[in-house]
Ligand binder design. Structure first.
Ligand code: RB5
Length: 146
């Protein structure tokens, strides 16, 4: 399955670095933009990437903006998305082990490239633990309106 990747202008350079890393690892990805450092609005790229993960066309997702907050807030509006803001390897591991996070969110202006790639590696290679955590994540989505 292809990894969905997206960013705004503040995350564009780190997105390019991560894409190079994914290519070196032989992992396929779909880039939902942005495609330059020109100022733009992160929801324009976060929503298409979120739909791709929710609908099972891509898995998992990686999203980057300056702080990680705006793009993460947008992603988490989708009921099927569990987007986790991660700024170190341990938080990335726990986001997978405990939260079964399906999108990694990085704060592009606050992590260096070496740290970011270590976080990506941890996120992609850590399994969900299940058990009590399955019960908890099942309670995250809003009840459907009937
Ligand atoms: C862009 O300047 C910045 O606001 C954006 O990347 C992000 O940090 C918003 O949450």
């Amino acid at each position: 399955m292809k990894i969905a990747i997206c960013s705004d202008h503040a995350g564009f350079e780190l997105k390019s670095v991560i894409e190079g890393y994914l290519e070196a690892m032989g992992r396929e990805y779909e880039d939902f933009g942005t495609y330059s450092t020109e100022s733009c609005d992160y929801p324009d790229f976060a929503h298409p990437a979120a739909f791709a993960v929710e609908e099972g066309r891509c898995y998992p997702g990686i999203a980057i903006c300056g702080t990680g907050n705006g793009i993460g807030m947008t992603l988490n509006k989708h009921q099927g998305i569990r987007a986790a803001l991660c700024w170190n390897v341990e938080i990335a591991r726990l986001a997978r082990q405990h939260n079964d996070a399906n999108v990694l969110v990085l704060p592009g202006r606050f992590v260096d490239n070496v740290t970011a790639l270590a976080i990506v590696d941890a996120f992609l290679n850590t399994p969900f633990e299940g058990g009590r955590h399955s019960r908890r994540i099942a309670k995250i989505p809003l009840p459907s309106a009937e």
